[in-house]
Design a protein around this ligand. Structure first.
Ligand SMILES: [Ca+2]
Ligand SMILES: [Ca+2]
Length: 451
């Protein structure tokens, strides 16, 4: 019960921040007030709460700040969105609001839209949902000597990748002048391919391992561009993919997933004979899992005893995100939310507040926080059972540089490394071979050993 007063303070003080922009009045009961906030969080049921915050912002500067806090990609003044609708309905609605289609398939369209047009887009005929791309993050991978690859390279005849094509599918490749030999770029993320050097570092490692292999450096920025990358792999008879990226909260973690999910893309690649090698993730210390537990009956998860906050640190200038799922796939009406509470001020700074109870929707929430304060901020993650009768397993991933205060190493492998169709790869210390403490570990949600 030691932390209970803090929580009460946090929730009470948070209401002005959360409700004021939404035009609501604070409620004397904290839980009831959070319910009110949830109900008002959306401008439209079909507009994701993160994008609703962007649409609500009054000035261009506020819009770009809101987009950054939402973790949403932008190009110029426009925000990148995924439109869940038939291809024809999406094309028509996007044309009407001056949006630009980047990619489309039968049920999902990726487009750039002005923030002021988001509401009109979300209320157009036939639109089920307008949301940002799934949250993804690159995972560093190191360590070549430990595999003793030189023995293969020195063999007679040499086994060095000659005649083999390898695709490095990543989030960016930095300066092309530093690309490894025998490589070519495939730019599916226009304007972003040089922004992030992660993929080039991965490609360097593959080149060291297999110096004669032909490398394809493919840049992606959404589920649909990942699918386009897979199509490129199949069309060019590439049989090996390295993808050191995690896609958070996109499906259950057992290899299943809707047709545009990374898991479905990996399953299709595997069915076509592709070996898909995927980083397991660096989330062993930034993952928490447990059955929803609320002994004091206030509808807030108790992480430990009376402590209802799971704390993280956000350095200045950094934008970090939380992703929460609960085991009720593929869609559910059991409605949980996750909040980010500034522990210094007690204010809720953001929340994942999708309306599964009006759904059903997939059991996932996410929220980001952009630290523009100039100093380190300690946040507490607060989980609310908004409207649910069940107590499912919850999984929380923190995407930032900080560990979680309460951690669950077990089950921290990210998607699609968790898929039975991918070869999941963990991280070991290059000098000792010991498992790195941050490297994600299994078992998967369905009890398989990974990586
Ligand atoms: Ca509780
Ligand atoms: Ca919810």
């Amino acid at each position: 019960m030691r932390h209970q007063p803090l929580l009460a303070l946090a929730v009470a003080a948070a209401l002005a921040a959360l409700l004021a922009p939404l035009g609501g009045a604070a409620d004397p009961s904290s839980a009831a007030a959070i319910r009110g906030a949830h109900a008002r969080a959306r401008i439209e049921p079909s507009l994701d709460a993160r994008l609703a915050a962007v649409a609500r912002a009054a000035t261009p500067a506020a819009r770009s700040a809101a987009a950054r806090a939402a973790g949403a990609g932008t190009t110029g003044a426009r925000v990148r969105v995924m439109v869940e609708a038939s291809r024809a309905a999406a094309a028509s609605a996007l044309a009407a609001v001056g949006g630009t289609v980047e990619l489309a398939d039968a049920s999902l369209t990726q487009a750039l839209v002005a923030p002021q047009s988001l509401e009109a887009l979300a209320t157009s005929a036939g639109i089920r949902q307008v949301r940002p791309p799934a949250i993804f993050r690159a995972d560093a991978s190191e360590g070549v000597q430990a595999t003793n690859a030189q023995a293969w390279q020195n063999a007679v005849p040499a086994i060095n990748g000659n005649g083999v094509k390898v695709a490095i599918i990543d989030l960016g490749f930095g300066n092309p002048a530093s690309d490894p030999p025998n490589s070519q770029r495939v730019d599916l993320c226009p304007g972003q391919i040089q922004a992030d050097p992660h993929g080039q570092a991965v490609a360097d490692i593959v080149h060291d391992m297999a110096p004669s292999a032909q490398l394809f450096l493919i840049c992606v920025n959404s589920e649909l561009t990942l699918k386009a990358a897979e199509n490129f792999v199949l069309a060019n008879n590439i049989r090996i993919v390295n993808h050191s990226v995690g896609w958070y909260g996109t499906s259950r973690g057992d290899g299943s997933g809707d047709p545009n999910s990374p898991n479905a893309i990996v399953a299709d690649a595997r069915a076509h004979g592709v070996l898909w090698i995927n980083a397991a993730g660096n989330n062993a210390q930034s993952h928490w899992a447990g059955t929803f537990s609320d002994p004091d009956g206030n509808d807030f998860e108790n992480f430990s005893g009376g402590d209802e906050l799971n704390r993280v640190v956000v350095p200045p200038g950094q934008t970090d995100c939380v992703v929460m799922t609960w085991d009720a796939w593929p869609v559910t009406s059991q409605d949980f939310d996750v909040f980010l509470v500034d522990t210094a001020t007690g204010q809720i700074v953001n929340g994942g507040l999708r309306d599964q109870s009006r759904g059903p929707l997939d059991p996932e929430e996410d929220a980001c926080y952009a630290n523009t304060t100039g100093t380190t901020v300690t946040l507490g993650l607060l989980v609310n059972r908004y409207s649910a009768t069940s107590s499912p397993r919850l999984d929380i991933w923190w995407l930032g540089s900080s560990p979680l205060q309460y951690q669950t190493t077990s089950g921290s492998v990210v998607e699609p490394a968790s898929s039975p169709n991918a070869l999941g790869v963990g991280a070991v210390c290059f000098s000792t071979g010991a498992l790195e403490p941050y490297s994600s570990q299994g078992p998967t949600v369905d009890g398989r050993m990974k990586p």
